[in-house]
Design a protein around this ligand. Structure first.
Ligand SMILES: [Zn+2]
Length: 340
């Protein structure tokens, strides 16, 4: 029941095994992007610290402390987040928590305070600094932070930082399957893993987001259909789709680039191995075989049209003009066979 129940982050786990075996107070900082698993690891670390009968692998899993942790009711574990409706943790709340933390633990030998350090103002950091300077022997602080440049240098110098790194594709698939995606195909999980930059929290959110699934299919199908579309379809329906989803334009453009990149890969070799949309492999290969007259130049020009859109969107070009230009340009390149 130790850290081995968690997938990946071997360097972090190995350091945590040593750290949790030591007595006395300790202050840790888990750093890494949002969704990388800092909360999950912090809870498991708390479990090991608080366990009444820890073994060499970590928490026993059966003592009353472990049971309280599993039930989310351990009196010596506090997770500090902003109260509902607030952006940051209130200094008054933090002051109370820090004050209470000094009091001896109730059922374990220690107390663990997990703080979402993305949500603390500089006033809160100064308050925290005092307790981090001379923590009571029973106290373990775990700060979770996705941007450590926000933290005061004085805080950073008083904590042991454990940086979280990206997972491998294999680890991502294990995490996603354990996280409720056991029914999904391996190919689809690979797509989600890459699209989320191998951040489990993001991938799991996308997996269960019907809007994202619709978006992704829409963009993929748009590229597949584009050679057969007329100008009106493009200038009215497709433009409207982009306009309606303007707030997610970066995501749409990435999906567009990926699909065009997959066409380029399938065009280059008959059996492409590293498709981004590997779950839609057959459709990509069919597209290439149906559009044999396409050249590398056409595909690369289509990809350039997306880059031009990005460049033009940084200067004062209207979204409508820019978007229609891009779609017409991609259409022109992909319809090369019909136009020539
Ligand atoms: Zn235990």
């Amino acid at each position: 029941m130790g850290f081995d129940v968690l997938t990946g982050q071997e360097a972090v786990k190995s350091r945590l095994k040593t750290i949790t075996a030591n007595k006395g107070s300790c202050s840790l900082l888990f750093s890494g992007p949002e969704g990388i698993g800092k909360h999950l690891f912090a809870r498991q670390t708390a479990k090991v610290f608080l366990c009444q009968d820890p073994g060499p692998d970590g928490a026993c899993g059966t003592c009353s402390s472990c049971k309280y942790i599993d039930a989310g009711t351990h009196p010596d574990l506090v997770e500090v987040e902003p109260t509902e409706g607030r952006k940051n943790i209130r200094i008054a709340d933090l002051r109370t928590i820090v004050g209470d933390a000094e009091v001896k633990p109730q059922i374990s030998d220690r107390k663990v305070i997990i703080i979402n350090a993305d949500k603390i103002s500089s006033d809160c950091q100064n308050l925290l600094l005092k307790t981090l300077e001379e923590p009571a022997d029973h106290l373990v602080y775990i700060l979770l932070c996705s941007d450590t440049s926000r933290l005061l240098q004085t805080i950073l110098s008083r904590v042991t930082e454990l940086p979280f790194n990206a997972y491998t594709e294999e680890q991502m698939i294990t995490i996603l399957k354990n996280g409720g995606a056991s029914e999904e195909s391996e190919e689809r999980l690979k797509f989600l893993s890459t699209f989320s930059s191998r951040i489990p929290g993001k991938a799991l959110a996308l997996l269960n987001d019907p809007e994202f699934i619709e978006e992704r299919d829409h963009i993929f199908d748009l590229v597949m259909r584009l050679p057969r579309l007329g100008y009106t379809d493009i200038l009215i329906d497709e433009y409207q789709y982009f306009d309606k989803n303007n707030d997610k334009i970066d995501e749409l453009l990435l999906l567009l680039i990926w699909t065009l990149g997959d066409i380029a890969s399938a065009y280059a070799v008959p059996d492409p191995q590293d498709l981004k949309n590997s779950d839609k492999r057959d459709e990509i290969i069919d597209f290439v075989s149906e559009n044999r007259a396409l050249t590398h130049i056409n595909i690369s020009n289509a990809e350039n049209a997306v880059m031009e859109f990005i460049k033009a969107s940084k200067v004062n070009v209207s979204f409508e003009t820019n978007c229609c230009n891009m779609l017409l340009q991609i259409h022109k390149e992909l319809s090369y066979e019909k136009n020539s």
